[in-house]
Design a protein around this ligand. Structure first.
Ligand code: ARG
Length: 458
């Protein structure tokens, strides 16, 4: 069979090696639904414009629909001589309709066609990602009531820093995910421009109505420059950047919970159904889902890198290099979607080891900063208070006791104005109760934020 892209200018067929090298059907078959949707809209527009008759459009629509159903069932074999998904569908249409099928590609090129398919696909996937991000936020939120009164160390430099409420941690992740959702929505707005009708590069002399096609496909706007249209892959790079940030957030969370699930931390118990065993050490319950979440982040970053390098230095307009955008784009979406699908139940179903966390809250002088601030509230300058409390910590360390165990004389020995009453801020509960500022671990503040997110996510 002669290939649809080989015109009469060619005297012979393509070398087999090139056919294998240049095919994209092995991966772009995933775009068949979008391709069919785009083609039906294009044909409908052509018929409204009088370029196709109503009956030609009806035949095209019904055959394309049935080709789509056959593709759903895997009944159309893929052949590398047909290169890509566009030609497979068009050829199937021509096989059924003959010359009417040959009219579909009027005022269209595969250059604007692939740009359209890809935008429709990315738009659908971004919607899925946003729904999953919202589910993950809800998983964290569901923990807030369950872990409401659990006090847990916050770390800086991975050293014990100050005590916080566990929900403060969960709200931190909800904030990160909310920014991710903001990026998804910003990105979607730029994705949602319609390339169809840009044709190969210069537009067309056929009287098309691009606004109409754009509307049929749910695009917010028509892309304005036919040269830009077929070269633009900003939306692909941008969407993969958005995914990379999500993966980065999930990777950080995964790392944290891997540490928390160690015997050394013993802060959290992961659901066993998301853990794996060891083939040699019978006692092992390994956090592989979290490790793979961290590990697969590398390939999402790699996908972003691939796309950036791919478009670097491409002149206007369509260049075949752009065919290579699909494997990294698909892989980044598949990977991040799979990560989110697993993070949702893991976050919801893991259990904090409350007794274990509590039993070691006295270690690490988590209340030292609260004590320093209490001194400042009594008039000491920050640097002075910092120094004096540091001296008290050194004393307590030397004796192997907590700050609260130091005597009134000990307090007075570093500052004659200090007396035992300052002890009220000591202990982690005292420290947590002492926070005041917006965004802090103050229990009233945290309760307000939980209530706000409950409203926002319902
Ligand atoms: N398979 C191609 C791609 O993914 C479709 C566009 C091909 N255009 C062309 N003029 N050869 O980019």
């Amino acid at each position: 069979m002669t290939s649809l892209s080989r015109s009469g200018v060619f005297a012979g067929s393509m070398d087999d090696r090139l056919a294998r090298f240049s095919e994209s059907i092995s991966f772009d078959h995933r775009l068949y639904k979008q391709d069919i949707r785009g083609s039906i809209a294009h044909a409908q527009m052509l018929s409204k414009q009088g370029v196709l008759t109503e009956s030609e459009f009806q035949s095209i629509r019904s055959e394309l629909t049935s080709i789509g159903e056959m593709l759903d069932r895997g009944e159309i074999p893929f052949r590398i001589e047909l290169e890509d998904i566009h030609m497979h569908i068009e050829q199937a249409l021509i096989d059924r309709l003959g010359d009417v099928g040959r009219k579909l590609h009027t005022a269209r090129s595969r250059n604007d066609q692939i740009a359209t398919d890809l935008r429709l696909w990315v738009r659908d996937q971004l919607e899925r990602v946003d729904a999953l991000l919202s589910e993950l936020q809800k998983s964290f939120l569901s923990r807030c009531d369950r872990d409401a009164s659990v006090v847990i160390p916050a770390y800086t430099h991975m050293q014990r820093a100050q005590p916080v409420l566990a929900p403060h941690y969960w709200l931190a992740y909800i904030e990160k995910l909310q920014r991710d959702r903001g990026r998804v929505s910003d990105c979607r707005a730029r994705v949602n421009h319609c390339p169809l009708g840009g044709a190969a590069v210069a537009g067309t002399s056929i009287p098309i109505d691009r606004e109409y096609t754009a509307k049929l496909l749910g695009f917010d706007a028509v892309a304005s420059n036919s040269i830009d249209i077929s070269s633009d892959r900003d939306f692909a790079v941008e969407s993969v950047f958005v995914l990379t940030m999500i993966a980065e957030h999930l990777s950080g969370w995964a790392e944290e919970w891997i540490l928390w699930s160690t015997t050394e931390f013993n802060f959290i118990k992961l659901p066993q159904k998301f853990c794996t065993g060891s083939s040699i050490m019978p006692q092992k319950v390994n956090p592989d889902t979290l490790e793979l979440t961290r590990g697969k982040t590398a390939r999402v970053i790699g996908a972003l890198q691939t796309l950036l390098v791919l478009i670097k230095g491409l002149p206007l307009a369509y260049n075949r290099d752009l065919q290579e955008d699909k494997p990294p784009l698909f892989d980044a979406f598949d990977t991040v979607i799979a990560m989110l699908e697993l993070a949702i139940p893991i976050v919801a179903e893991s259990e904090l080891n409350v007794a274990s966390i509590r039993s070691r809250l006295d270690e690490g002088f988590l209340d030292a900063t609260a004590l320093m601030e209490a001194c400042m509230l009594r008039g000491l300058a920050q640097r002075t208070a910092h120094h004096r409390v540091g001296a008290l910590v050194a004393l307590a360390k030397e004796r192997g006791v907590k700050l609260a165990d130091l005597s009134d004389e000990d307090f007075r020995s570093v500052d004659p104005d200090l007396d035992g009453s300052i002890r009220s801020v000591l202990s982690v509960d005292g420290a947590v109760a002492s926070y005041r500022s917006y965004g802090s671990s103050n229990p009233v503040e945290i309760a307000k934020q939980i209530a706000r997110w409950k409203m926002q996510l319902s």
